[in-house]
Design a protein around this ligand. Sequence first.
Ligand code: ZN
Length: 143
Amino acid sequence: MEGFAEASPGRLFAVRLPYGGDLLESIRDFAVRVGVETGVLWVIGAVKKASVSFYNQEEKTYSKHSFDEPLEILSCIGNIAKLKGETFAHAHIVLGDKNGRTYGGHLEKGTTVFSAEMFLLELKGVTLNREYDETTGLNLFKL
Ligand code: ZN
């Protein structure tokens, strides 16, 4: 089933996320701090180490991958929505190593910021609630 919602752009924040912080938690904490309940985000920068996961569509489980080395955040995009009434950040990340190899996945806690520049765009006129979807096993937008 497909669905959609129309939203309008709200406030736009340029943010330097804290050195040594957890990337995913820092994104969420900032959104909560400024009261963004629905939004889209972009981050570039670098991490000291990273943790990502891959969703196995057959087993409906995430398998985790950790990288214990400095990596560039080549691209990290995501969104802010609501899950069980709480503000929830969902982001995917592409990381590059010193040889230009790339890794990526669903951003997990355990990714430590070296530097991170984020733009967060608030969306107005819509509330995105996530709800469990039987078909995929994921908490998807209820639209
Ligand atoms: Zn994901």
